[in-house]
Design a protein around this ligand. Sequence first.
Ligand SMILES: Cc1ncc(COP(=O)(O)O)c(C=O)c1O
Length: 309
Amino acid sequence: MAIYRRDPSVCLLSYLHFRPLPSEKLQRSPEMQRLVTLTSRLRTVKDQFSRCRRRCFSPLPEQAASVSKDEEPSFPALPYFDYSPPRYTGPTAEEIIRKRKEFLSPSMFCFYKKPLNIVHGKMQYLFDENGRRYLDGFGGIATVSCGHGHPDVVRAIVNQTNNIQHSTILYLNHAIAHFAEALASKMPGDLKVVFFTNSGTEANELAMMIARLYTGCQDVISLRNAYHGNAAGTMGATAMCNWKFNVVQSGVHHTQNPDPYRGAFGSDGEKYAKDVEDIIRFGTSGHVAGFIFEAIQGVGGIVELAPNY
Ligand SMILES: Cc1ncc(COP(=O)(O)O)c(C=O)c1O
């Protein structure tokens, strides 16, 4: 979803996930067959991916995974939680791994040599297939931290689905207008217009397109170490080698990342801001469509930007 001002020069983004399952007919269609062929070609980039991964992520998960079988790792005790997950009767981790390898894109990799099989979530906790409880530090994923199975969220989803699951914007229904109004009431200033999309990638693609159409400029400024999505434009705005394919990505300039810990100018926000000015002066016509950044870099390591940036 993108939220923007009536004159669309400023956008604020968030997203919801939606992935329809292909029907049997669709699975047999020539398009789907082509997709399967493409997926198998993608397998060839898998090794490249895992090499990049080793270079770019913390070695801690790999170290944790390499604890030998007889060395029982010691876990801190979790506080009491008055809840027991339902008994898990689904497939084993091995079976899931086999099916993932056979039917899913190799671009979907796991952290850890022996990945957790997470089968249930409740509030801030996750449960594995043996009922072992884990504190979920993200509370979901880095960008959607609303916990698991919160009764208010579950009730709202069930009520809406019981009432009507899907309609089209070509007819009227109050839910989309009320939801947009409720969101707009939480936004500062004149950020009052909502455009719902199905993912963060789409929201960012839309934001960049709106900015380009509105300003008549092509150039967008983004930060190094940023993650903005995996479609054509947003992959260009993303600045991490392990989330980029070797395809044409034009019109985005990546400035110094104002990372107060590892950045070139330490925590001197103004020096990083000067780098943005330099890129506009020396790398563009002097006019840009917009500047895209995360207020706190998520995929890049949950890092706040330098003060005064
Ligand atoms: C800051 C940010 N923007 C965009 C995205 C892309 O969202 P999606 O995976 O829903 O396309 C992500 C995903 O992690 C993200 O962290």
